[in-house]
Design a protein around this ligand. Structure first.
Ligand SMILES: [Zn+2]
Length: 260
């Protein structure tokens, strides 16, 4: 009997969270990004998302896309590999452009690299100096004001994700462009990671507890678009990834933290 009550409670909380998301009534996501304490303002809206593999953008960052594009920010995507670990790199690169179109980022604002020293895979170490140089070129080319990337765990702990984070950090440390700022996607523990929409409550409370301007919580007002974007990655769209996208809190909410 106890297990029935537990399962029923989980379903009720899950549905209530989903309803809350679809009604978009969280005030945190209504605020203008970086309006508190950040230097970002209406005249500085060029944002660069830096990821490691095609599908990172849809699998982890879709609430951020939804928030920024719906408020007029100009998004660019830099993907540092074609994800060729299984020999499907060229297909995956093409799929990235399809997914970005769903996420409202035009193809000319998407760049996917196939660099000999930045190949997809566990155990492949990516040079932070090289990453910083490539990202800095992209920043200069598009007049980027702000970078968004993984944190130092990289959501899944994948070494390529973590190296991308350190590449951005290296750039912030070394660059002559003092006014560039960067934000990282906060990695959560396993329980929160697979709690689906339920995690919106904790993410929201955590963001409220932090001092203003340091953390932002974005609730995905259009979670269906996350599925649609991920479905463009046909070569990756197998049953367990469909399950992941449904259960993952990253489909419903992103917490971004400013990198010092
Ligand atoms: Zn990845």
């Amino acid at each position: 009997m106890a297990w029935l009550i537990i399962i029923s409670s989980v379903i009720v909380v899950w549905v209530a969270s989903l309803v809350k998301i679809l009604h978009g009534s969280f005030s945190s996501s209504k605020d203008d990004f970086f309006s508190n304490g950040g230097t970002f303002n209406k005249t500085r809206r060029n944002v660069l998302l830096v990821v490691a593999h095609p599908d990172d953008e849809s699998m982890f960052f879709s609430p951020t896309f939804s928030y920024l594009t719906s408020r007029g920010y100009n998004l660019h995507v830099l993907c540092l590999s074609i994800g060729d670990a299984d020999g499907k790199g060229n297909i995956r690169k093409y799929e990235l452009y399809l997914a970005c179109a769903i996420l409202k980022v035009p193809g000319q604002q998407v760049r996917c690299l196939d660099h000999a020293e930045l190949q997809d895979g566990f155990g492949k170490v990516w040079s932070h100096d090289l990453l910083a140089t490539i990202i800095e070129e992209e920043v200069a080319k598009h007049g980027i004001d702000l970078i968004i990337t993984f944190d130092d765990y990289g959501v899944s702990g994948h070494c390529n994700h973590r190296d991308v984070h350190h590449g951005v950090r290296k750039l912030l440390h070394d660059t002559s462009q003092q006014d560039i700022e960067a934000w990282e996607l906060v990695s959560t523990n396993l329980l929160r990671k697979y709690s689906g929409p339920v995690d919106i409550w904790l993410s929201y409370l955590c963001a409220l507890r932090c001092s203003s301007g340091v953390t932002h919580c974005f609730i995905n007002e259009h979670p269906r678009k996350s599925f649609l974007a991920m479905a463009q990655h046909s070569s990756q769209w197998v049953w367990f990834r469909k399950l992941f996208v449904a259960l993952s809190s990253y489909t419903y909410v992103n917490t971004l933290r400013r990198i010092d």
